[in-house]
Design a protein around this ligand. Structure first.
Ligand SMILES: *Cc1c(COP(=O)(O)O)cnc(C)c1O
Length: 236
């Protein structure tokens, strides 16, 4: 990566941090409550390393092939990797060594398979449940009405640690609808915590908000925004 490219990434990262801080302050929240995860799909390892140099240490891949291909290039750089896309069963074993958290658990079957794979690897795995809060058919994620049952099922699995929920905001220009989809995730998280069900008392994280809607997500309680294009530029 040329110095200009690295400087551009660092500058955009700083702008995003400013947006997060302003959004948090405008609703009376502490900006430190909101983590920034960089969504690195389609980026080169050089661009991602420049972002890590600029202080971005929480990263997310949404395709197993890209995750595995980039893994060795990032091995020496301080970062935590989450998986944020739809994970096919036949990719679990390839993906697992490269991730500390899978944010896209949306079925009991996927949860069971991840639990078994983590057990075989002699480790535990943090997970978030992905909830389809907008009801859009094109989106992955468990139905809001089934999210509690899924949380109970995941809480009972010994190699998975349930840490929170993830959603993709409604894809609409209507800000009320976008906000409502994020508020729904916060309500489900509160219900899970209130349930007192085994293995659910650390399900506190709300991974929601992207480049276009992070302000709405933070207003609704986001604890982790996932940002791609605002830092790396539009995807080509
Ligand atoms: C790409 C991606 C993001 C980031 O989206 P931007 O609009 O580029 O900020 C967030 N979450 C997921 C699951 C993604 O795939």
């Amino acid at each position: 990566m040329d110095p200009d490219g690295a400087a551009r990434i660092a500058a955009r990262l700083a702008q995003v941090r400013d947006r997060i801080a302003a959004a948090a302050q405008s609703v009376g929240r502490d900006p430190a409550e909101v983590d920034l995860l960089l969504a690195v799909k389609t980026q080169t390892p050089e661009a991602v390393l420049a972002a890590i140099d600029a202080g971005a240490h929480l990263l997310g891949h949404n395709r197993a092939q890209e995750l595995v291909a980039m893994g060795p290039a990032l091995a020496g750089a301080p970062h935590q990797m989450h998986f944020i896309g739809h994970l096919q069963s036949n990719k679990i074993h390839q993906a697992l060594p490269w991730v500390g958290c899978v944010q896209s658990v949306d079925s009991p079957l996927l949860a069971t398979r991840l639990d078994r794979a983590a057990g075989h690897a002699g480790r535990s795995l943090d997970v978030f449940l992905q909830v389809n809060t907008s009801g859009e058919e094109t989106k992955w994620g468990v139905d809001p009405g089934q999210a509690l049952d899924l949380a109970y099922a995941v809480g009972a699995l010994s190699h998975l640690g349930l840490r929170g929920l993830m959603t993709i905001g409604a894809n609409t220009p209507d800000p009320d609808e976008v906000r409502a989809s994020f508020e729904r995730l916060a309500q489900i998280r509160d219900q899970i915590l209130a349930s007192g069900a085994p293995g659910t008392n650390q399900a506190v994280e709300l991974s929601m908000g992207m480049s276009g809607d992070l302000e709405h997500a933070i207003a609704a309680g986001s604890t982790m925004v996932r940002i791609g294009s605002a830092v790396f530029g539009p995807r080509t």
